[in-house]
Design a protein around this ligand. Structure first.
Ligand code: ATP
Ligand code: MG
Length: 440
């Protein structure tokens, strides 16, 4: 038997409702904030990610799935392609390529889909994972950043997820960061012998990444290190202060984490992460920030952007801790007694699908005795069984049995059936539902 690739996973039907619920909730809210969906390919030229994300980042150094795409013999050299490790680089590419900046300067885009990173598989980390992300182009102010975070908070509330912590920081401009990097590098170089292996490797290539080392010994060593905040100029400080003031106005609670740097090079000014303590070491469920330099890095004119990505696996895990997912059961199970009833039964089911939109009908397929069919009806979780024998077909009547309630069986004429079921469906929808999760 050929097994699944290491670090990849299947999502079985019993789990899918949770995935769909998260996607649907996020998309509905994004659209309510004026975002439109963007779909991008799952592969790009390797160069796009290398240049956007940064040559010295973990992703580009060691995590990308890259392969040579064979060229026609007449052409020189193969093209290197990479399965996308994240979406922002591609969205920016498409944004420039389609000249979307022309016309309306403001664009709010969202996307969902799989990402690929060849990391060590562990709890909270797979090699294919699913993100739901949003990006705003054309607005440089902190109002955009703050509204994005209010939108994230609304997603958490709608999903009934409480206790997520928002950490924010400002990375300033590229020049401010460069000055800080020099100082930090000097500070760490003196202490080189005390650095762990990971940090030593990062020292010359990307010393800022040492700041978010999970090693407590590194954190202790950093206690006296220069702080990025002290390198920010007046404009960056004002941007950050206004961002925080707006978060407060919008009731978005946050903490400033002065060591939050994020793993991708393209960020500037605002960066943030939503973190939970309920998932162990990999607790970041959503992360993002501003990337005002990225459009230019990719060859466009300078153009502001800000966005985030939610990691759906981790959200699913959190949701699962609250409740088990449920696959929606059929409303109606169609029991057909005798081979003669199958044609009429399937035809009736089609008619009901036309006439009662929203009604979930499961027809009994594969025959079986009356008893066997009722057993399946029960196992399906259906509320009603509609029984069709040859007698019923001849008389033009169906028998309806309530499977979950103590109610007598009912006879309904075919002509009235659609009305009867529509009324029943309304009643079922009007029943008190289990309390909705959190604030709506
Ligand atoms: P992390 O510190 O978790 O590695 P990152 O900086 O690599 O984060 P981003 O590129 O910002 O992550 O991705 C955004 C979100 O996507 C993460 O917060 C996380 O929820 C999810 N994510 C990233 N990598 C993985 C992975 N390998 N498996 C599952 N989810 C992931
Ligand atoms: Mg990572």
């Amino acid at each position: 038997m050929i097994q699944l690739i290491k670090g990849f996973r299947d999502i079985l039907p019993s789990d899918v409702p949770l995935w769909q619920h998260i996607e649907k909730t996020a998309i509905e809210l994004f659209e309510a904030y004026g975002f439109a969906e963007m779909r991008i390919p799952i592969m790009e030229k390797t160069e796009l990610f290398a240049r956007s994300i940064g040559e010295t980042t973990d992703i580009v150094e060691k995590e990308m799935y890259t392969f040579a795409d064979r060229q026609a013999a007449s052409k020189k050299g193969d093209t290197l392609l990479t399965l996308r490790p994240e979406a922002t680089a591609s969205i920016v590419r498409a944004y420039i390529q389609h000249k979307m900046y022309a016309g309306d300067p403001l664009h709010k885009l969202y996307m969902t889909g799989p990402m690929f990173r060849r990391e060590r598989p562990q709890k909270g980390r797979t090699r294919q994972f699913q993100q739901v992300g949003a990006e705003v182009f054309g607005a440089a102010g902190p109002d955009t950043d703050a509204e994005l975070l209010a939108m994230c908070q609304r997603v958490w509330r709608r999903l009934g997820l409480h206790g997520l912590r928002l950490e924010v920081n400002s990375l300033g401009t590229a020049e401010e960061r460069a000055a800080f990097r020099t100082e930090l590098h000097a500070y760490l170089s003196v202490r080189k012998d005390d650095l762990d292996e990971d940090s030593r490797r990062r020292l010359d290539r990307n010393p800022m990444r040492i700041l978010d080392s999970k090693n407590p010994r590194m954190q202790a060593l950093l206690s006296e290190a220069p702080v990025l905040h002290d390198f920010l100029g007046p404009e960056s400080l004002a941007h950050f202060a206004e961002f925080r003031r707006l978060l407060e106005r919008l009731d978005v609670t946050y903490v400033v984490n002065p060591r939050l740097v994020r793993g991708l090079d393209y960020y500037s000014h605002t960066v943030f992460e939503w973190i939970t303590d309920a998932l162990g070491a990999q607790g970041t469920v959503c992360a993002g920030g501003r990337y005002d330099g990225l459009v230019e890095i990719q060859g466009g004119k300078p153009w502001p952007g800000v966005g985030f990505a939610m990691g759906q696996e981790r959200l699913v895990e959190l949701m699962r801790q609250k409740s088990e997912p449920t696959v929606p059961a059929p409303h109606l199970y169609l029991v057909m007694a005798g081979a003669g009833a199958v044609g009429g039964g399937l035809q009736l089911a089609e008619r009901l699908r036309d006439e009662v939109p929203g009604l979930r009908i499961q027809s009994n397929l594969g025959g079986g005795s009356f008893k066997a069919q009722f057993k399946r009806a029960d196992r399906s979780g259906a509320d009603l069984a509609l029984v069709l024998g040859e007698d019923e077909l001849n008389a033009g009547n169906a028998s309806i049995k309530h499977l979950r309630e103590q109610k007598p069986q009912e006879q309904v004429a075919f002509a009235d059936l659609a009305n009867w079921l529509a009324r029943w469906l309304q009643g079922a929808a009007g029943d008190p539902q289990p309390a909705a999760d959190g604030v709506q």
